[in-house]
Design a protein. Sequence first.
Length: 335
Amino acid sequence: MPKVLVCDLVEGKPQLLVREMQPTEPAAGEVRYRVHAIGLNRADILYMQGGHYTHIRFPTRIGYEACGIVDAVGPGVTQFKLGDRVSAMPFGDPKYCVGGEFAVTPAEFLADWPIGYSAAEAAGTWMPYLTAYFPFREISQLGPGDVVLITAASSSAGLGALQLAKLLGATVVANTRTNAKREYLLAAGADHVVATSDGSVAEQILKLTGNAGVRVVYDAVAGSFMNQYADAIAEKARIFVYGAMGGTSTIECAILPLIRKGATIELYSLINYMREPGAAARSREFISEALRRKAMRPIIDRVFALEDVLDAYSYMNSGVQKGKIVLRTSLAEPN
C-alpha cells in the first residue's frame, strides 16, 4: 500500500508521520498519479504548526508540490491520459495535498513534467516560480530599468524569484544575512548582493543603485527587517510581503519613508491569486514556455528519501540550504 505524509495529533501535539493509505479514485475533473518526488516548502512547517493562514484540521496530508506519472483520470478529463508525466501546481486546498507515493489533483492545477528535467526539478518548479510570477509579471509588470530587492535570496523562493526577475529584464539586488552566500548568489545571477551583517541595508542599496532605490521588494522576512530597507525604496514602490522569516507575524515598519515615496505594501499570498479565474492557465503557459527554452531551471540543494522526511525538514530549519529540498519516493526512476 502506498505511503503518504500525514500530520496528526499524537498525545495532543502535531506530529508528522509516514502512513500507508489506499489510493483514492479520481472524481470528475481530477487526475491521480504515482508520485516520484515531492518539493518541500517552509509553508509546510507553518501549516503543521498552526502558523499558516490555511487552517489545519487533523489528520491531514501535507505537501504542495510533486511530480509523477498518471495512473487514473476522472470523468471529463481530456488534457491528461494514463502514462503522462505531470507536475502539481500549488493552489492551497488541503484536500489535495500531494505528499506521498500517490496524489490526486484537479486537472486545472497540473502541468506537464518538463522534458529534460529530473524528478527533483519537476517537483520543485512551481512554488518558487508561481509565487514570484504574480507580483513580478502581472502586478508590477517588472521589466528593463526596474530594480528589485529579494530578501532571503538563497531560499528556493528567493532563487526562483531571482531567475524570473532576470528573465523579465530587471536588475536584482539579493539580500542575505551574511557574506557566506555572496559568491553563490552572484553566480546564480544576482546583479548585486547586500548582506545584513555589513551594516545599513538601505545605504548599501542606495550606493549600488546610484540613489535610485528599488521599485519592487519581494520580502520573505518582514517584521522589523522592513526598516532596514525602507529608506531605499523608489517612487511608487511595491512591497510584497509573502513570509515572516523574521520570527514574528507582524509588520514593524516606520510609515514616513513609505509615505514619502507613495509606496504600497501587499500582504501577498500565491493561493489567493491562484483562485482567480484563468490565473492557473496564464501562469502555467508563461512558466512552461520559459522551462522549455531552459530560460529558468530549478536549483535543487538536496534530495532525501521519503522515509527521511523529518531529517529533511530539520535541514530546512537550519537555513544552510541553497535552493530546493526534495523528497524522493521509492517509485522514482533513476535520473
